[in-house]
Design a binder for this molecule. Sequence first.
Ligand SMILES: CCOC(=O)CCc1ccc(S(N)(=O)=O)cc1
Ligand SMILES: [Zn+2]
Length: 259
Amino acid sequence: TMSWGYKPNNGPQKWVENFPIADGVRQSPIDIVPGQASYDAGLKPLDLKYDPSTCLDILNNGHSVQVTFADDTDSSRLTDGPISGLYRLKQFHFHWGASDDKGSEHTVAGTKYPAELHLVHWNTKYASFSEAASKPDGLAVVGVFLKIGGENPNLQKLLKAFDTIKSKGKQTSFANFDPSTLLPGCLDYWTYDGSLTTPPLYESVTWIVCKEPITASSAQMAKFRTLLFSADGAAPDCMVNNYRPPQPLKGRTVRASFK
Ligand SMILES: CCOC(=O)CCc1ccc(S(N)(=O)=O)cc1
Ligand SMILES: [Zn+2]
């Protein structure tokens, strides 16, 4: 049997067949409507501290490009913001389109960005990422939109590794990368209770979506599109449009950390 993907025969409209929570009450992504978000003065600023020496490798997992971190200590972590306690960074990855007019998972008043970065953190009240991944307060994912602009030199370090991980299952060592170089200058955010945006779609994510995008050049976006969903030797299948569309809000409130 074919595993899940982003094509008409295995994509987001079909996921509910094997993952019924796809029709759940707190699914992600969503369309964020700024005028309907509630400013919450009690929300703290995000406190993100990352240690570049925890960066391990970069991987094509057949769905996205992912950079994985050592999470056996608290040295790369998220605290404050909308969360309680301390969440460790496990990995970051991206979602993007076949063209610059689409690719993000969250949208802002219907606007799609060309890509979206997800920094995935797990709650250290649990013993591991895997244990946390299915708990209602298990994960916190920081989302950062990419918009087309000048070349982003920090993104360039990642893109240089893409030629060696073109196909599914390829990975290579990737050291001393500081993910905070991919954060926008302003860390104003929207937050809401949601889910993983890919199977298993667990409703375990406190979403923290930054209002300010970072930039990537159109050429840098084109580099993402040279990656393949397919494994070495299989018919080449371009890794593009690896995004789930917005899901029903189902009564949830989106809070804003800013006025
Ligand atoms: C333990 C099994 O669960 C996993 O491996 C989930 C991996 C996973 C992590 C993050 C996301 S996202 N796009 O919502 O940031 C999706 C899937
Ligand atoms: Zn993601």
